[in-house]
Ligand binder design. Structure first.
Ligand code: DP6
Length: 329
């Protein structure tokens, strides 16, 4: 038995579009920051008395429920992948809980599959390094889960199955940034990323996005190394707009933003004009991640909470990657 905790991550340069659905390989490298306060905790117990895997999920502010349908299949398939590696057939009892809203563009599946990968490997006594764990987390189907394995600021490399792994490019303490998630919609998203990853290449703008992303990756690496918020912010806003434009122009199109998303985007730009520096980025959902210097966090958070579109906020700093929790008893 083992318990692991893993963070959600926010992509500064997005993974959007899947080149190889079997191995979950992206078209482009991506860069993210792990979030220290949006966490999934997962316990995995292998029990020879079980005939089938028992998977119980506890979502934010909800009672525990057995996993069914697609989530159950994905967890079962990932357990099989690790069982095969360990050469065992024993079924498992999995319990997993989130301390933030699931399926709403806050990378709950990245946190979930990173925690599942580490807890399962440990429960099976597999002694795996961070690189191998990140490769396995990528294969879960939620590719960005690989970026929730290493610490801090992370790059996931485009490459073949061996080379497409995520590594730390700067530790969490390198830069005191804040990510304030402005929650404008708590409903689970209607269209999963997986489907849209497959449709991305149908957008006439997809090729342009891939071309631009190569330059943005270099600039974001440089912005992180030099702790240059203006440079980082300019890049992350350009990248999220480009990802969502691709999504809105694919066949059939799909729109994640709602009126609350736009209200927050406009407010952030207006505050910048007044001298308060923060930047927006949205993953596959309506909720807005607002990136600013930690010293401006209170000001930005207070302003966000005064917007009628914002239901509540979640404040994060750069955090560590997936880690094991020692058993207490
Ligand atoms: C927009 O397939 O990795 O968040 O949607 O959580 O299953 P889930 O994840 P994944 O797609 C992530 C898409 C993204 C951008 C990103 O995180 O890079």
């Amino acid at each position: 038995m083992a318990t692991a905790v893993a963070p959600a991550n926010i992509a500064f340069i997005k993974y959007w579009g899947m080149r190889d659905p079997e191995h979950i390989l992206p078209y482009n490298s991506s860069i993210s920051m792990n979030l220290d306060a949006c966490l999934t905790t997962t316990t995995v117990l292998f029990d020879p008395a079980l005939d089938t895997d028992e998977i119980t999920l506890t979502w934010y502010q909800q009672v525990p429920h057995p996993a069914t349908g697609r989530p159950r299949e994905r967890v079962g398939a990932h357990l099989d992948r690790l069982r095969q590696l360990a050469g065992v057939d024993t079924r498992a009892r999995v319990t997993s809980q989130n301390n933030f809203p699931a399926d709403a563009g806050i990378a709950s599946s990245a946190a979930g599959f990173a925690a599942l990968t580490l807890a399962t490997a440990a429960a099976l006594n597999l002694d795996l390094d961070t690189t191998t764990l990140s490769r396995l987390a990528r294969r879960s189907g939620s590719g960005s889960a690989c970026r929730s394995i290493p610490d801090g600021f992370v790059e996931w490399y485009n490459g073949n199955d061996q080379k497409s792994i995520a590594v730390t490019i700067a530790p969490p303490e390198h830069w005191d940034l804040a990510d304030i998630v402005a929650v404008v919609d708590m409903q689970p998203k209607k269209i999963g990323s997986a489907e849209n990853h497959r449709l991305a290449s149908t957008s006439p703008y997809f090729g342009t996005r891939l071309y631009e992303v190569q330059q943005r990756l270099d600039t974001v690496r440089q912005a992180i190394a030099q702790r240059d918020l203006t440079l980082l912010g300019t890049m992350i806003e350009a990248d999220t707009i480009s990802m969502h434009v691709v999504c809105m122009t694919q066949t059939p199109p799909s729109i994640y933003w709602d009126s609350g998303t736009l209200a927050v985007m406009h407010a952030i730009r207006a505050w910048r004009d007044e001298g308060l520096e923060s930047y927006f980025t949205m993953d596959a959902g309506a909720n807005v991640h607002v990136i600013c210097a930690a010293s401006d966090q209170h000001d930005v958070q207070q302003r966000l909470e005064r917007l009628s579109a914002v239901q509540f906020t979640l404040v994060n700093r750069p955090g560590p990657g997936a880690r094991l929790i020692p058993e207490t008893s």
